[in-house]
Design a protein around this ligand. Structure first.
Ligand SMILES: Cc1cc2nc3c(=O)[nH]c(=O)nc-3n(C[C@H](O)[C@H](O)[C@H](O)COP(=O)(O)O)c2cc1C
Length: 217
């Protein structure tokens, strides 16, 4: 952690603990509230505020969870990118529902998101893929994410072969790689407070409008 991010973290620590949920009026759209909290997390000095735990579930109700990075969000949902051959992708194809959990410790805040999942249009994945560093683009081609790998050398050899293959050329979007969008029907904001009297505000989509309720901590 740099000195700047350490100072930011100290400055931010506990602000929400004192103020509670000041931004969360009942008529506030939960995506806009998420935007406010997310930009506060980005300014807080936290490493990777865009990291979220993604939970998926097979159609036999076996859950699994891992971290992903949020790359985009708006009123249509929350977007992350991955390998469409991975375990998470297999589970999402079987059961297109997911939960995302953000935790921003220095702000003592958690946000839980639940919703249906769809692949983002290929054109959108294409734009994001080409915005990534060249090494990450080659890395996406090199990885058969979640498959068994005999040894690390095999992965590195494959990376070098692909690097040579595409030298001087644009790297195409792999047909096994792209984004997913979580279209939320429930978003819960959690603010840590003293004596464990934490604030919880849950928004549920009711048709086209969001209904909000406070929950016991
Ligand atoms: C901080 C962090 C961010 C990550 N971001 C991503 C991501 O955006 N996309 C991704 O496919 N994997 C990401 N990973 C790796 C996943 O956690 C996971 O190991 C990988 O996607 C395979 O998961 P699966 O076998 O359940 O599909 C990230 C890991 C960490 C620790």
């Amino acid at each position: 952690m740099s000195l700047k991010s350490s100072l930011l973290a100290v400055f931010t620590l506990g602000k929400g603990v004192v103020r509670g949920l000041p931004d969360a009026d009942d008529d506030r759209h939960p995506i806009d509230l998420f935007g406010t909290w997310f930009s506060e997390a980005q300014k807080s000095g936290l490493l990777l505020p865009e990291a979220a735990t993604l939970a998926t579930c097979t159609n036999h109700a076996v859950p699994s969870a891992r971290l992903v990075l949020l790359k985009d969000f708006d009123h249509n949902g929350f977007v992350f990118y991955t390998n469409y051959g991975s375990r998470k992708a297999a589970e999402l194809e079987q059961n297109p529902r997911a939960a995302l959990v953000f935790y921003w410790p220095v702000l003592q805040r958690q946000v839980r998101i639940e919703g249906g999942v769809t692949r983002v249009p290929q054109a959108q994945s294409e734009i994001y893929f080409h915005s990534r560093p060249r090494g990450s683009q080659i890395g996406a081609w090199a990885s058969r994410q979640s498959d068994r790998l005999k040894d690390r050398r095999q992965l590195e050899t494959r990376y070098r072969e692909l690097e040579a293959k595409y030298q001087g050329d644009e790297i195409p979007l792999p047909n096994f790689w792209g984004g997913y969008r979580v279209d939320p029907h429930c978003i819960e904001f959690w603010q840590g407070r003293t004596n464990r009297l934490h604030d919880r505000l849950r928004f549920d989509l009711d048709g086209t409008t969001w209904a909000s309720n406070r929950l016991y901590p």
